[in-house]
Ligand binder design. Structure first.
Ligand SMILES: *[C@@H]1O[C@H](CO)[C@@H](O)[C@H](O)[C@H]1NC(C)=O
Ligand SMILES: *[C@@H]1O[C@H](CO)[C@@H](O)[C@H](O)[C@H]1NC(C)=O
Ligand SMILES: *[C@@H]1O[C@H](CO)[C@@H](O)[C@H](O)[C@H]1NC(C)=O
Ligand SMILES: *[C@@H]1O[C@H](CO)[C@@H](O)[C@H](O)[C@H]1NC(C)=O
Ligand SMILES: *[C@@H]1O[C@H](CO)[C@@H](O)[C@H](O)[C@H]1NC(C)=O
Ligand SMILES: *[C@@H]1O[C@H](CO)[C@@H](O)[C@H](O)[C@H]1NC(C)=O
Ligand SMILES: *[C@@H]1O[C@H](CO)[C@@H](O)[C@H](O)[C@H]1NC(C)=O
Ligand SMILES: *[C@@H]1O[C@H](CO)[C@@H](O)[C@H](O)[C@H]1NC(C)=O
Ligand SMILES: *[C@@H]1O[C@H](CO)[C@@H](O)[C@H](O)[C@H]1NC(C)=O
Ligand SMILES: *[C@@H]1O[C@H](CO)[C@@H](O)[C@H](O)[C@H]1NC(C)=O
Ligand SMILES: *[C@@H]1O[C@H](CO)[C@@H](O)[C@H](O)[C@H]1NC(C)=O
Ligand SMILES: *[C@@H]1O[C@H](CO)[C@@H](O)[C@H](O)[C@H]1NC(C)=O
Length: 416
């Protein structure tokens, strides 16, 4: 699931870069007045069962998606309103908005998909419509402003993932046009800019408040359906996240270490991609996607996604980048880096790795294959070699000087 999710985000990023992204537009009206207007791109990563295992379908919200007039509604003043988009037979994306008078937010994100649609879900071993929903996704804005989020943000909905990008919307509209005042999402704002106001969202565990020091090294693995390990990893992980802190009433940079004994690992392994999902409690989910290039027999870390729901954060934090190129190594080898490495994901989020060794492909035993070391480690290994060589050279020079000196003094004695 995570691969295609990452892949979808990659495609989005690619189109966004080209500036030719297409977005679907929706308008919910009651009588002559508009209450919700939205323009957005969305991709869905949906995992389903086939007779031979699970498979992930990556679906984009087509531009031709239409508003489901029957399910969409403006609701009464200050109560919830629904915007439901229809795409294909039995597939819908629903956003329920709620407000408390000063803020509005998406209070329910619903994805409904029809497994009977064999064009999207080939070989599905069950049929019928599945509905998944998530109560709070961190899409919120000040009332009478337009919510804008250009960067892709991924939200977990049930076991599926929804990635929005190039999103512009407003609910509880005062007029029939979008407000020129914008509430820009945290993913888009630089680390210094604060979001418009604070929103209380449902949250769970909090990150450590003080700088946490070097993280403990954890051992993570992914097993395939027949129970054998297919991805091995050992590393200390530290998240460097910028978010709006409720307690400090400003955007803060926080370092959060993953605690290995509180972190579960899962994931999936395919022929050309492997994903490692590390979940610390319910609040933090970090996902690494590795991609193999079969032609060159090289693999690399191509995608990192973080979903974090910390109690001090004004809104759940979500960041994703699927066009990364880190930890590059050769098929059949593991990648190792003892030195600290910083993997920048987006401007507001990076991962620091410590004492890392991974092998995402060709795992045949529970042991790592021969390691390819990162350049920093090789350079650091060079230092003792250089020092040793310098010492050896020094010894040699002293020795030669001594021998020459001895010869000279012999010669001296002889002349006397
Ligand atoms: C909508 O607008 C039309 C003309 O502008 C008007 O005749 C009609 O009464 C309006 N309907 C409502 C429900 O306001
Ligand atoms: C796939 O099958 C497993 C095991 O039967 C089940 O728990 C899971 O809900 C199924 N997933 C879907 C999407 O149907
Ligand atoms: C579908 O496949 C999953 C796993 O592959 C299996 O657990 C489940 O029982 C299957 N369901 C049906 C209805 O065949
Ligand atoms: C689901 O898809 C099948 C096949 O395309 C279609 O016959 C069925 O009507 C769809 N279900 C719904 C609820 O639209
Ligand atoms: C979200 O809305 C759907 C559709 O109305 C509903 O079935 C689901 O229970 C709601 N979920 C939450 C968490 O509110
Ligand atoms: C939003 O705009 C409407 C119409 O301009 C106004 O009546 C309302 O008081 C505004 N609400 C807030 C919270 O500013
Ligand atoms: C709306 O909710 C936000 C966040 O929980 C809070 O700061 C604000 O005071 C609330 N506004 C009203 C009018 O209740
Ligand atoms: C099961 O394990 C063997 C090696 O033990 C491997 O070759 C095979 O691909 C695995 N099957 C699946 C479905 O992963
Ligand atoms: C965290 O990220 C910020 C911004 O990129 C950077 O200035 C800072 O040095 C980083 N801190 C650590 C400990 O990596
Ligand atoms: C947060 O900071 C803003 C401006 O910096 C200020 O207007 C607001 O009152 C502060 N809120 C709290 C709860 O301290
Ligand atoms: C996790 O490890 C730390 C230090 O090794 C220990 O203090 C703590 O009790 C452990 N927690 C659990 C839940 O095992
Ligand atoms: C795989 O590697 C080959 C040879 O280095 C390169 O030409 C090709 O573009 C790569 N493919 C991908 C998808 O990166």
């Amino acid at each position: 699931m995570k691969l295609s999710q990452a892949f979808a985000a990659l495609i989005i990023a690619w189109f966004a870069d080209l500036g030719c992204i297409q977005a679907a537009s929706f308008e919910v009206k009651e009588g002559n007045s508009t209450c919700i207007k939205a323009q957005l791109s969305a991709t869905f990563s949906i995992t389903y069962n086939t007779s031979t295992g699970t498979r992930t379908a990556s679906v984009s919200l087509p531009d031709s998606a239409t508003l489901d007039e029957d399910s969409s509604s403006c609701g009464a003043a200050n109560s919830s309103s629904w915007m439901v988009a229809l795409f294909g037979p039995g597939h819908t994306l629903g956003l329920r908005f709620s407000t408390n008078g000063s803020l509005y937010s998406v209070a329910n994100l619903t994805l409904q998909y029809n497994l009977s649609d064999t064009a999207i879900f080939p070989d599905a071993n069950s049929s019928g419509v599945i509905t998944v929903a998530s109560p709070s996704v961190g899409i919120w804005a000040t009332i009478n402003t337009t919510y804008r989020c250009v960067r892709p943000s991924t939200f977990g909905v049930g076991d599926e993932a929804v990635t929005f990008s190039n999103m512009t919307l407003q609910a509880y509209m005062a007029g029939n046009d979008l407000s020129p005042t914008e509430s820009v999402c945290t993913a888009d704002t630089a680390s210094t800019a604060a979001p418009p106001t604070t929103a209380g969202t449902t949250t769970t565990a909090a990150p450590a408040p003080t700088p946490p020091g070097t993280p403990e090294r954890g051992t993570y693995s992914v097993t395939n359906s027949n129970g054998t390990a297919c991805l091995l990893a050992q590393m200390g992980l530290q998240l460097n996240v910028s978010y709006f802190s409720l307690s400090q009433n400003k955007t803060v940079r926080e370092l959060v270490n993953l605690t290995p004994n509180l972190t579960r690992s899962s994931g999936s392994c395919d022929a050309s991609s492997a994903s490692l999902v590390m979940s610390q409690g319910e609040s933090t989910t970090l996902n690494f996607t590795f991609t193999l290039n079969a032609t060159s027999s090289k693999y690399h870390l191509s995608g990192i996604t973080l979903l974090a729901n910390w109690s001090d954060s004004a809104a759940p934090f979500s960041a994703s980048n699927s066009s990364l190129d880190y930890l590059r190594s050769t098929l059949g080898r593991s990648y190792m880096c003892n030195a600290e490495q910083t993997l920048v994901v987006v401007p507001t989020f990076s991962v620091n790795t410590f004492r890392l060794q991974v092998q995402p492909f060709n795992v045949t035993t529970t042991q790592f294959a021969t390691a390819e070391e990162c350049q920093v480690d090789q350079d650091q290994m060079l230092i003792p070699i250089i020092v040793g060589a310098a010492l050896a050279g020094l010894v040699l020079i002293v020795l030669i000087a001594y021998l020459i000196g001895r010869k000279r003094s012999h010669a001296g004695y002889q002349t006397i």
